[in-house]
Design a protein around this ligand. Structure first.
Ligand code: ATP
Ligand code: MG
Length: 495
């Protein structure tokens, strides 16, 4: 009998049989005859559909829209005697079918524990990637073409793009911020494939990443100083890593260290970064849904334009082409603290990819980049899928035609810990000099910040807003935080 691995809400996850991947079961509660009818005739039940749509159009956030709908539907469902235990399920089913466009994927879209949802066609199970159990096979299937085509039609409609034989591929942004990729025939000859990278409504913070072991407190403290740069001299960083290794997540978490007073412009192909906590933030998107594929904006032109928007720093979601050089130009003209993510497996490969076609960053510009942080997905037999920062390398200059790199942190695979190497961190000298402090003072600051992070961990300060408030408070009035640490007797005791 396969073992039950986990159960929550309407979800059960069972161990896979004989070495197979786990089985993710989305349970349907037992519904009364009347409840089933309400769901199947939901369009009649809702009645004034257009009027509700008009109300929804007035609300601008997807969370706001969902709240409005939920309240509206629940009132009517209570009048229809829907049982309290099934109220949530019936409400969600109607929302998924009529308003949100998710159809039968609704329960998966709402499960925050899922990273990805994969539909491979009709009569074949839907797969998911679960945060704790990795790839799972689900009990959900599209057993006829109609509902899957409806879903895809809705996606392309929402993205404002046609999907047909001539244009069989689509990258779309969903209302909740998730990113969907659709491939239909002839590109996907065996049926439409839909891959959804789910948007995490509440992004992971640096504290979450420390808790998972993706960062160590020492490394997080170092990155804190690098990104914040005392408001004077933040450093330029590329986050590199393989597909799905956690680059965007780390970038989002590090952005919480950006001083509150700065103006930040982000440039992405499809919006993913979520810097709502920065007051003066301008997100820019190269493939917005209102523009046809032929008229897409290039990342390069967007980034060039962003330099005229008087940013304090620019951040590029994924550096792929000629925008790379523009990012280096930004670093060159003093937009310190500029950052980008890039697909590469290690620091050396990052420098090679940056200088090769199609990025073409000239060798002489490479030292403008200060730091390369590499993320990786590692599979551990006992712990399952892990995401770790596996290498942090500083760019120390060029010799001949080779970029000089120095590894300052690495991931010790045997013990699963992130360690400092013996290599001296040259960057600290630069930061200290530009911020007008001694190197000793800077090293003390690094130790203090490590303790602050450990204090936050120990105190369970984990909520998104609380973490942010704590960082801002530290930037405004470090003495206050330090006295809090001392009063708790914790400053010296936190080992
Ligand atoms: N350190 C982490 N620990 C646990 N889960 C993580 C971590 N980092 C990212 N994730 C999760 O992994 C998934 C992929 O993360 P993310 O989008 O950041 O990767 P990426 O490297 O930017 O991917 P891509 O190459 O597709 O752009 C997301 O669901 C995210 O929530
Ligand atoms: Mg990414």
């Amino acid at each position: 009998m396969p073992e039950l691995l986990e159960s929550y809400g309407n979800v059960k996850i069972m161990e896979g049989e004989s070495g197979q991947i786990p089985y993710y079961i989305s349970l349907t509660p037992e519904l009364t005859e009347d409840e089933r009818r309400v769901i199947s005739d939901s369009r009649d039940f809702v009645g004034d559909y257009n009027q509700i749509k008009a109300e929804l159009d007035k609300i601008h956030t997807s969370i706001g829209k969902e709240e409005y709908l939920r309240e509206y539907l629940q009132q009517r469902l209570i009048e229809r005697n829907v049982t309290p235990e099934n109220l949530e399920y019936v409400t969600s089913s109607i929302m998924d079918e009529l308003f949100l466009g998710y159809g039968r994927l609704g329960p998966l879209m709402r499960d925050e524990q899922l990273e990805e949802i994969m539909v491979n066609g009709v009569n074949t199970p839907v797969f998911v990637v679960h945060r704790r159990h990795g790839m799972c096979i689900t009990n959900l299937t599209y057993d006829s073409h109609g509902p899957l085509e409806d879903f895809i039609h809705w996606l392309s409609n929402y993205a404002g793009r046609e999907l047909n034989e001539a244009n069989p591929l689509l990258d779309a942004h969903m209302p909740d911020g998730s990113r969907a990729n659709v491939a239909i025939a002839p590109a996907a000859p065996y049926g439409p494939a839909v891959t959804i990278r789910k948007f995490k409504r509440v992004p992971f913070t640096v504290l979450d990443l420390i808790e998972f072991g993706s960062l160590s407190p020492e490394l997080a403290a170092f990155l804190w100083v690098c990104v914040e740069g005392f408001g004077l001299s933040p450093i330029d960083i590329i986050i590199a890593g393989g597909a799905g290794s956690g680059k965007t997540t780390l970038m989002n978490a590090l952005a919480m260290f950006i001083p509150k007073t700065e103006r930040v412009v982000t440039v992405e192909d499809t919006l993913e970064l979520n810097f709502e906590f920065i007051d003066n933030w301008v997100p820019m998107e190269a493939s917005p849904s209102v523009i046809t594929p032929e008229h897409r904006l290039s990342m390069h032109s967007l980034l060039k334009n962003s330099l005229r928007m008087r940013p304090d720093r620019v951040i590029v979601g994924e550096v792929r082409g000629s925008e790379a050089e523009t990012l280096f130009v930004a670093m060159d003209i003093g937009l310190d603290g500029s950052m980008g993510t890039l697909h590469a497996n290690n620091a050396r490969e990052t420098t090679i990819r940056l200088m090769d076609e199609p990025m073409n960053v000239p060798l002489r510009m490479m030292p403008l980049l200060n730091l390369i942080v590499v993320t990786n997905r590692i599979f551990d037999r006992k712990k399952g899928m892990l995401r770790r920062v596996t290498q942090v390398s500083e760019v120390s200059g060029i010799e001949g035609d080779v970029v000089q790199l120095g590894d300052i942190f690495y991931h010790d695979l045997n013990n699963d810990v992130i360690k400092r190497t013996d290599y001296p961190i040259l960057l600290t000298e630069r930061i200290a000099k530009e911020c007008g402090i001694t190197k000793k003072r800077l090293n003390t600051e690094l130790l203090i910040r490590e303790k602050v992070l450990k204090y936050m961990m120990a105190k369970g300060i984990r909520g998104h807003n609380d973490v942010l408030k704590f960082f801002h408070l530290y930037h405004q009035d470090p003495k206050l935080i330090l006295s809090e640490l001392k009063e708790g007797g914790s400053l010296n005791n936190i080992a």
